[in-house]
Design a protein around this ligand. Structure first.
Ligand SMILES: [Zn+2]
Length: 522
C-alpha cells in the first residue's frame, strides 16, 4: 500500500533520457516504484492521480538563487513553488548569511538586508532554517566569500593579511564540515571587489580539498569580461577547484554577440582539464541592488560609510560625476524594481530616465537621491543583454538553469525581476517549445539532473526508485511563464501539481500551505 500513485504520465526523468509513458508510486516521501506503461497489477495507494498524459518530471533545482536573503518573511516561497522549483540553492554571488561574527552583524545586515542573524556558524544557520524558517522548498547553501571576509575583516578596502586569510580559510573549512555545498564570490560587490586573485585562489584551494566548486559572479560582465573570465578560469586551474560561472551573460550593446568567445574560453579550459560549468537565467534583463550603479569605492567601509559619503558635498559631487560616466546613456534601461522608502514607491516599475524627469533632475542625481533614501534596500531591473547571447549560452551542454531570484510570495510589494516567479517555465515555454533550442528532455535535465549532479545530490534530481519524491506535473504544451516585467508576482500556468518530499505543495497554480522542505547538508 503506497501513499500516492501518479499514473498515465509522460515521464521525463531528469537524466536527458527520452520521455516514456508510465507512472510512479510514493511511500514515506520517496519514490518507491517507477514503471513504464500502465499501473502494475495489484498496486494500490491511499491516493491515485491520473496524469492524463501530462509530463511528470523531478521538481526543479534552482542552483543559483538568493532565497536565503528573503525566506524569513516568505517561507512558502510561492513564486518558486508555483513555477515548479522544489530545491533552492542559496549562498550565491559571495553573499551568505553565515558564518557571522556578532561584532560585524550590523555591517552584514546593512549589506544583505533584514534577517534574524540569530546564529554565528554555518551549521547554526542551517539549524535555524530547519527549525524556524521551515521553508516549503528544500534548501541547500554555499558559503559567500563576502560573508567570511566581513567576518574576518569587516569592509576593509584592502588585501587580507596572512592572518586574516588563514582565518577565512578556517571559517570556510568549518562551513564545509557543517554542510555548505560550495564557495561563492561576488566580485562586483564590496567587499568582494577588494579581494585579489591570490586570495580567491587560496580560498578555492579549500573548496578543492573538499571536492567542491568555486562559483563566481565575475568581476565584470560587460566591457571587461575578457579580463574577468580568464581570472575565474585561472583561479580554478591554479587551485584545483571546479568552477561554476554564475549567471553567465554579456551586458552592454558593445559586447553583444561575444558569447561565441566566452563559451570558447570555457570550452578551452574544459579541454585542458578544468572542471568548468555555468548557470544562466533565461532573460535579457538582469537585476541587482540599485546602489550597484555607484562606483565600487563608494562602498569602502560598508553601507553606513556609503551613506556618510552621500552627505558630504565634495564626495557626493565626485560620486555623481563617476556614476554619470559609468552609466552613460543607459539610464532608460535601468528600472527601479523595489524601494523601501515611501517617497520612492511611486517610481517602482519606472526607468531611471523617467524617474529623473519626474523629479526634475538629471538621471545620475535621481539615482543618488534614491540610494540616499534607501541605502541598499532598493533593487533594479536592468535591460542589457541580447537574445542571441542568451540563446547561445543556454544551448551549451555545460550550462544549467538558475533563476538568480529570491523567495517571495505573490503579495510581494514591488515589481521585482520576473525570474523569481517564472524562470523555469520560461525555459520550457519560450526557449524549448517556441524557439526549439533543445528537446524537452534536455531542458528538464538542465534544471534537475545536471544541477543535482553538480551539487553532489545522490537522492534528488531524477525520477528514480529510492529518490525523494520532489515532483512537478505539468502540461508541456501549455506551461507558460505568465510573470512579466510589468506584472511579475503571478503564478505560472500549465503546472498541475508540485510535490516536495512527497507532499503536495501546489495544485493548479495555488500553494497548498505545506512546508515540507528539508535543509540539505553536504
Ligand atoms: Zn550575482
Amino acid at each position: 500500500m503506497f501513499d500516492l500513485i501518479i499514473k498515465n504520465a509522460a515521464i521525463v526523468d531528469g537524466s536527458e533520457a527520452p520521455a516514456f509513458p508510465g507512472g510512479l508510486a510514493v511511500k514515506d516521501g520517496k519514490i518507491a516504484a517507477l514503471w513504464h506503461g500502465g499501473v502494475p497489477e495489484g498496486m494500490q495507494a491511499a491516493e491515485t492521480v491520473d496524469a492524463d498524459g501530462l509530463t511528470l518530471s523531478p521538481g526543479f533545482i534552482d542552483i543559483h538563487c538568493h532565497s536565503d536573503e528573503t525566506f524569513y518573511d516568505y517561507p512558502r516561497a510561492e513564486g518558486k513553488i508555483l513555477q515548479g522549483v522544489t530545491t533552492d540553492v542559496g549562498g550565491n554571488c559571495g553573499i551568505s548569511l553565515a558564518p557571522l561574527r556578532q561584532e560585524y552583524k550590523d555591517l552584514l545586515r546593512s549589506y544583505v538586508g533584514p534577517a534574524p542573524y540569530a546564529w554565528e556558524s554555518f551549521g547554526e544557520f542551517l539549524d535555524y532554517v530547519e527549525k524556524e524558517v521551515r521553508p516549503s522548498e528544500n534548501f541547500a547553501c554555499g558559503v559567500g566569500h563576502g560573508a567570511i571576509r566581513i567576518a574576518a575583516m569587516g569592509f576593509e578596502p584592502r588585501k587580507a593579511t596572512a592572518a586574516e586569510l588563514e582565518d577565512m580559510k578556517a571559517m570556510l573549512a568549518a562551513s564545509f564540515d557543517e554542510g555548505a555545498y560550495f564557495l561563492s564570490s561576488g566580485l562586483i560587490y564590496a567587499p568582494g571587489t577588494f579581494s585579489d586573485e591570490a586570495e580567491l585562489t587560496e580560498l578555492s584551494r579549500v573548496a578543492a580539498r573538499y571536492g567542491t566548486f568555486y562559483a563566481t559572479h565575475m568581476r565584470n560582465e560587460n566591457l571587461h569580461i575578457f579580463d574577468a573570465l580568464p581570472e575565474a578560469i585561472r583561479i580554478a586551474e591554479n587551485s584545483g577547484a571546479s568552477l561554476q560561472i554564475s549567471h553567465h551573460k554579456l551586458i552592454r550593446r558593445e559586447m553583444w554577440g561575444r558569447s561565441v568567445e566566452t563559451l570558447q574560453l570555457i570550452e578551452d579550459a574544459r579541454a585542458r582539464g578544468v572542471d568548468a560549468w555555468a548557470d544562466q537565467y533565461p532573460y535579457i534583463a538582469s537585476s541587482t541592488y540599485y546602489a550597484s550603479n555607484l562606483p565600487s569605492w563608494a562602498f569602502e567601509g560598508g553601507i553606513p560609510a556609503l551613506m556618510e559619503r552621500l552627505k558630504d558635498g565634495a564626495t557626493r559631487t565626485k560620486l555623481l560625476k563617476e556614476t554619470e560616466e559609468m552609466i552613460g546613456d543607459r539610464w532608460k534601461d535601468i528600472f527601479l524594481g523595489y524601494a523601501v522608502h515611501p517617497d520612492d514607491k511611486k517610481y517602482i516599475g519606472k526607468n531611471t530616465a523617467e524617474i529623473a524627469e519626474r523629479m526634475g533632475v538629471t538621471p545620475a542625481e535621481a539615482c543618488l537621491a534614491i540610494v540616499t533614501r534607501n541605502g541598499n534596500d532598493a533593487s533594479e531591473v536592468n535591460f542589457g543583454m541580447c537574445e542571441e547571447d542568451v540563446e547561445r549560452i543556454m544551448q551549451a551542454p555545460f550550462v544549467m538553469i538558475g533563476s538568480d531570484g529570491w523567495a517571495y510570495d505573490l503579495d510581494y510589494p514591488g515589481k521585482p525581476h520576473p525570474r523569481s516567479f517564472g524562470a523555469f517555465p520560461r525555459v520550457l515555454n519560450h526557449y524549448c517549445r517556441e524557439r526549439g533550442l533543445f528537446p524537452l528532455e534536455t531542458a528538464v535535465y538542465k534544471m534537475t539532473g545536471l544541477p543535482a549532479k553538480r551539487l553532489g545530490f545522490s537522492d534528488r534530481g531524477l525520477l528514480k526508485e529510492g529518490y525523494w519524491a520532489d515532483l512537478c506535473l505539468f502540461d508541456a504544451r501549455t506551461i507558460h511563464d505568465d510573470p512579466t516585467y510589468l506584472d511579475p508576482c503571478r503564478p505560472c500556468s500549465g503546472i498541475a501539481r508540485v510535490y516536495v518530499n512527497g507532499v503536495l505543495t501546489a495544485k493548479d497554480g495555488a500553494h497548498t500551505g505545506s512546508r515540507s522542505g528539508k535543509v540539505l547538508r553536504r
